[in-house]
Write a protein that binds this ligand. Structure first.
Ligand SMILES: [Zn+2]
Length: 955
């Protein structure tokens, strides 16, 4: 490793990972005398290989775990995986069907071909990736307690989830109610989200819920679909597309006239839907239907913008507030051909008047007309502008609009309150129903269409429970929540978090609902209180308990202290649980702020006594491709993570994750930056090596004359004091979870301090030893492999991972030494700039540098000012009478006096001491003028205490 040109990172990583593994360094034992720290990252779903994005949050978790371990705490950092859902099933099916794309994916990531062809069942897929994930975590040097590993598809885990759901049931938190879910017509329920895990198209789609207002048309219902039921008061006509086919369909006991597509959708959403016969759109035009609320009769008019795929294919016209309706009505009123074609009553239609029903500050009587004129919309074809106009009106009316007198008992209601009042009334009185739509087409991975389907007896966890929500919001005050902005938002998320559908039908991987085995518990619901199970899984993995032992009585006793222990093992596990719980920190990607974290907290609160409620959560940002793109082969970052670790070194990768940005910000994958981190580590390794070589040289020269502390050079005192100060900074940043700032201090600031120490001729053996020792321990949580190696190299026999973390020691603080060296550092910087400037300006080489010490009275003045005397007072003082003018000019300097002031004699001594250093640095002779003897350009007057004036004499 002494070889300067290259460091064999991979060799060092493997060496230490093996040693940690063999000595079981990270498997903690319960010790009631030792403070505990229990930390996890949210276990990943098995969805293929882990990528560089995953490893960021995990690396953060590991650094925090290592930090607390070095603080002397007992740290428990277990890991597991999540296999519930259908991913492993569809993965296995693809391999079974010899799907090239997926086979290549496995091979490209390093899976041998004979193993690939064997991965044809979900169980084999899960087993394969479980090993793969654990290997990856080990390869990144994580200090996890491997013996607690568990996976949601394991039999013992199922027992745990069964218990959890029994508890929910006992607490009255499991309820059944109708539910509308996205469902593939072939495979059953699928998740529609941006991950597009279950689907091949339509991840952006949202569920749109329309009211269907039941207008009467003879004995039939003509249900107009709308998102704005309040506009029912402003309907002046109905729109039907004359070019599409409608159907008469029985829906329950009613007969609907709707588009054929709408009838097909309703089949999944209503009890009994039968298509009776076709009706052409054309034959409906000119008929009258009755508004169910106002009982007004309105005429049905033709409109081509009506889409049979959206809603019911029936649209009510509210021209006062809807730009589409306004433009369409204007069109038809001015189009005699069209009126003739459909044989419509001209006078009547030309006389249709808008009905205004919402009052806002922004708009007058007729907002749609107003905005169409403003934007310049003339025809129905200007879709983009019409959409813009519609959104603008809706947003303004929704946030500030109030219903007008015309709305009867709803007058005065805010639009934002309408759905709960008017909407609910319409539904209760059967004047309206609902139809649910997807905002865009969604296709399942199997190729089937995804629709919205009603499940009449869906199971829910009642997360809306008021008492649990209140307790959860209160618990937030007791929690460390990272980042701070998330802590502020979290109570609101908890308030709005609704009951969650927790089971699915069909063939999924997961735990069967214990009361009704046709249901499988869904993936988010079986990962809420699982940190508790890591304590049990250790015993299961060590074969101290079996699946049959995992009864309701067992979990009741172990987790809740209820009932009697059956044997000593029960007692031991309960004691262990009581020791480790609550969980101190749970770190997960920021996408979990509204998904995992609320159910994690609420489920704990529902089931466990208060002393076991979680006390910390952290949300980390993502790693994106360069330019915020998704990670990909072309943009980088999609390589197998083990290859990446080999290429950039594990410690380099870890430092990249931890130092590029604070953990809640996204970072971009950038190969150039990562290479810089690797180089940084190489230079640190070389510097530590240099320190030990110096130390050895010093030892040979000075074998008989090892200096005592009080004889140490100022520069030795300085570096030790500065390192001590750095410990304080690191501790404070760690406590605030500012991992980036902590690592800035350690890897950059301290690095610079040591370089300065060496350039100032620092070489004391003991100091060098201390510096390496402290610096390595500070770095160890971040870059554990190289630190173990160097730690061993400087003569330690134990693991640095188990050494103590350097702490700030007030007694070592030496502000005086720090201040005098600070003066030298500043002067060095000033000289560097000034010499350059003078040489450039005069085109001559510098010959001699004159430093002028400030006169004694300025030292006295600074002392007076720092003791709190005001400038006015100083100006009036007799002793400064002859310097009045100068003091006035120094006013700004006097307001910013450094904390530590050196005496004039001390400062002179420090400068004399640094003279040789400066002469060597700049290759020029220095003269320090205590009393001014040579001052050709009248420079000396600019001198200040701590800041001598400088004159550069040229050849
Ligand atoms: Zn499907």
């Amino acid at each position: 490793m002494a070889n300067k040109s290259s460091v064999d990172f991979h060799y060092i990583e493997q060496k230490w990972q093996k040693k940690w593994q063999n000595k079981k360094v990270f498997e903690p034992k319960v010790d009631e005398n030792k403070e505990k720290y229990f930390i996890i990252f949210a276990y990943p779903g098995i969805s293929g290989y882990l990528h560089v994005g995953h490893m960021r949050g995990y690396s953060i978790t590991d650094v925090v775990a290592r930090y607390h371990r070095m603080l002397g705490k007992n740290v428990f950092f277990p890991v597991g995986t999540h296999a519930s859902g259908n991913i492993a099933i569809s993965f296995a099916n693809k391999i079974k069907n010899r799907d090239e794309k997926w086979i290549n994916y496995l091979v490209d990531n390093g899976c041998p071909k004979d193993i690939v062809s064997n991965l044809t069942t979900p169980e084999k897929i899960i087993e394969f990736f479980n090993k793969e994930y654990v290997d990856s975590w080990k390869a990144y040097g994580f200090s996890s307690s491997w013996s607690a590993f568990t996976c949601t598809s394991f039999d013992d885990y199922h027992k745990f989830i069964e218990w959890q759901f029994k508890k929910f049931m006992d607490l009255g938190l499991l309820i059944q109610k109708p539910y509308f879910t996205t469902t593939c017509i072939n495979c059953g329920p699928v998740a529609v989200d941006l991950s597009e895990t279950d689907i091949s198209k339509g991840g952006n789609a949202e569920v749109v819920e329309y009211f269907t207002i039941k207008f009467k048309l003879e004995n039939n219902v003509l249900p107009a679909a709308t998102l704005r039921p309040e506009t029912l008061f402003g309907v002046v006509n109905m729109w039907i597309n004359p070019e599409i086919n409608y159907v008469r369909a029985s829906v329950g006991s009613e007969i609907y006239i709707i588009s054929k597509q709408a009838a097909e959708k309703l089949k999944y959403q209503e009890e009994s839907v039968e298509i009776i016969e076709q009706v052409s759109g054309k034959e409906l035009i000119g008929k009258y239907c009755e508004n169910p609320l106002t009982k007004n009769k309105v005429i049905i008019l033709p409109a081509l913008f009506v889409d049979p795929n959206v809603g019911t294919g029936v649209v009510m016209s509210v021209p006062a507030h809807a730009p589409y309706d306004y433009i369409a009505l204007k069109d038809i009123q001015n189009n005699n051909n069209l009126l003739d074609k459909f044989n419509l009553p001209k006078e009547e239609i030309k006389n249709i008047k808008q009905i205004s029903l919402i009052k806002t500050q922004e708009f007058g009587e007729f907002p749609a007309e107003e905005i169409c004129k403003k934007i310049g919309i003339d025809t129905q074809n200007e879709i983009e502008k019409l959409e813009q106009a519609t959104t603008e009106i809706y947003l303004k009316e929704f946030s500030k609009g109030v219903l007008k007198e015309i709305c009867g008992k709803y007058a005065g209601l805010k639009i934002s309150e309408v759905k709960e009042n008017l909407g609910a009334d319409l539904l209760n009185q059967n004047l309206a129903g609902k139809i649910r739509d997807l905002s865009e087409e969604v296709i399942c991975r199997c190729g089937g269409k995804v629709v919205i389907k009603k499940i009449p007896d869906q199971w829910f966890i009642k997360y809306s429970d008021k008492s649990i929500t209140e307790k959860a919001k209160k618990q937030v005050d007791n929690m460390q929540i990272i980042p701070e902005s998330f802590k502020k938002n979290f109570p609101r998320i908890l308030t709005w978090f609704e009951d969650r559908a927790c089971t699915r039908l069909n063939n999924w991987i997961g735990t069967k609902l214990p009361f009704d085995k046709k249901w499988i518990i869904e993936p988010i619901a079986d990962s809420t209180i699982y940190p508790a199970y890591y304590i049990v899984s250790q015993y299961f993995n060590n074969k101290k308990i079996s699946v049959d032992d995992l009864t309701e009585e067992f979990f009741d006793y172990v987790f809740l202290g209820k009932g009697k222990p059956k044997n000593e093992i029960w007692k031991e596990i309960h004691r262990e649980f009581d020791y480790w719980y609550p969980l101190n920190m749970n770190i997960a990607g920021k996408e979990h702020k509204t998904v995992h974290f609320p159910v994690f907290l609420k489920s704990h609160i529902a089931i466990f006594p208060e002393k076991y409620w979680p006390v910390g959560i952290g949300a980390n940002g993502w790693v994106t491709g360069k330019g915020k793109f998704k990670l990909s082969k072309s943009k980088g970052g999609a390589e197998p993570i083990k290859d990446i670790a080999k290429k950039y070194s594990v410690d380099g990768m870890r430092l990249y994750y931890l130092n590029t940005a604070e953990l809640f910000s996204d970072i971009e994958w950038d190969q150039d930056i990562i290479i810089k981190y690797k180089k940084k580590l190489e230079s640190i390794i070389n510097l530590i090596n240099e320190l030990s070589i110096k130390k050895d040289e010093e030892e040979m020269i000075n074998e008989l004359s090892i200096k005592k502390d009080e004889e140490k050079e100022a520069i030795d005192k300085w570096i030790l004091s500065k390192l001590n100060a750095s410990c304080k900074v690191v501790e404070s940043e760690f406590n605030k979870f500012n991992i980036k700032k902590a690592s800035d201090e350690i890897f950059f600031n301290i690095h610079n301090l040591i370089k300065w120490y060496l350039s100032r001729g620092g070489k004391d053996k003991q100091t060098l030893e201390k510096v390496s020792n402290i610096w390595l321990r500070l770095m160890a949580p971040f870059t554990p492999h190289i630190c173990e190696e160097l730690w061993e190299q400087i003569g330690n026999k134990d693991f640095i991972s188990l050494a103590s973390y350097p702490q700030f020691d007030k007694s070592l603080e030496d502000k005086h030494t720090e201040a005098s060296e600070e003066n030298i550092i500043n002067l060095h910087e000033t000289l560097r700039e000034l010499i350059l400037l003078v040489e450039k300006g005069s085109r001559k080489k510098a010959k001699k540098i004159h430093l002028y010490l400030a006169p004694e009275w300025k030292y006295e003045l600074f002392k007076d000012a720092s003791s709190g005397k005001q400038i006015g007072e100083l100006l009036r003082a007799q002793k400064y009478a002859e310097h009045k003018f100068e003091i006035e000019n120094m006013a700004s300097k006097l307001r910013a006096i450094p904390g530590v002031l050196l005496s004039r004699n001390k400062e002179f001594a420090v400068l004399e001491d640094a003279k040789m250093f400066f002469e060597k640095e700049f290759g020029v002779i220095f003269e320090i003028q205590k009393e001014t003897t040579f001052d050709p350009q009248n420079t000396a007057k600019f001198s200040l205490p701590g800041k001598p004036a400088v004159f550069v004499e040229v050849e």
